[in-house]
Design a protein around this ligand. Structure first.
Ligand code: NI
Length: 258
């Protein structure tokens, strides 16, 4: 059930049976030699919409821009500053919270969004706590989960691609976009990627990269240790299916939390 294809009467009726909503979050940034610029938004949206279609969960409009300043050296990348994304998330949640929504499940496709979105959650709670004090229980709760964190999907991507999964412009995310948009598949020759240091994830995980000039110099074709030439639409179909199953279970658990 998509919010933008619903009427306000339908949303009013939905609120009678559920106060939860799934909101996909992505990025508009380069994704290597054969990856679409919309990859992160496409992946998150595909998983969210899969849950919506199979289980009647309401899915809100995708936040297609993310925090991706490090990719601005590659044409086509559009970033939000972290504070812009925080403000956007806060306005999104507050708008719907005023109408009775209480559980906001952000299904994320981009590492750079994780810190700002979680910081926005803290500001939402802080407002409530500072105005209402500790006696105010229940109410709005937010969660962010990135699709690659889901156990089944995470195992599958590593089973499929092993060391070639890498960190950015991964074969798994490219495969997912190939399943969703088969007419946009790009056949591009590429070499095996360079490996990164064992400390890479510690220092740069969650897209905690330096500036755009540095990033382009270090990763000239946009990939980070990945081989997206291995992507296939069939693998993408399986990955989305795995993530949909995991996401629904996780969302249900979130709704049921005390
Ligand atoms: Ni990505």
């Amino acid at each position: 059930m998509l919010l933008q294809l619903s009427t306000w009467k339908e949303i009013e009726a939905y609120l009678e049976r559920s106060t939860g909503i799934i909101i996909p979050t992505g990025s508009t940034e380069q994704h290597g030699p054969n990856g679409l610029i919309g990859t992160d938004a496409i992946c998150a949206e595909a998983v969210a919409r899969g849950v919506g279609e199979e289980h009647g969960v309401l899915v809100g409009p995708t936040i297609e821009l993310g925090v991706a300043q490090f990719n601005l050296g590659f044409p086509g990348t559009v970033t939000m500053r972290a504070k812009t994304l925080m403000a956007l998330v806060e306005d999104y949640v507050r708008s719907l919270a005023g109408q009775g929504f209480e559980r906001f499940y952000f299904l994320n496709g981009h590492g750079g969004n994780i810190n700002p979105i979680r910081a926005a959650f803290q500001d939402i709670y802080a407002d409530r706590g500072m105005t209402a004090g500790l006696g105010n229980r229940g109410g709005v709760r937010c969660r962010l989960r990135s699709w690659w964190e889901y156990e089944t999907a995470n195992k599958l991507r590593h089973d499929l691609y092993g060391e070639w999964e890498g960190f950015h412009a991964t074969p798994s995310e490219v495969a997912m976009t190939q399943h969703v948009y088969p007419d946009a598949i790009k056949n591009v020759a590429m070499e095996k990627p360079r490996h990164v240091a064992g400390t890479f994830y510690r220092d740069f995980g969650g897209d905690n990269h330096f500036d755009a000039a540095d990033h382009r110099r270090k990763f000239p074709d946009g990939r980070i240790a990945s081989d997206p030439s291995l992507a296939t639409p069939e693998a993408g179909r399986k990955l989305i299916g795995a993530a949909v199953g995991d996401a629904f279970a996780d969302y249900q658990a979130f709704l049921g939390e005390d």
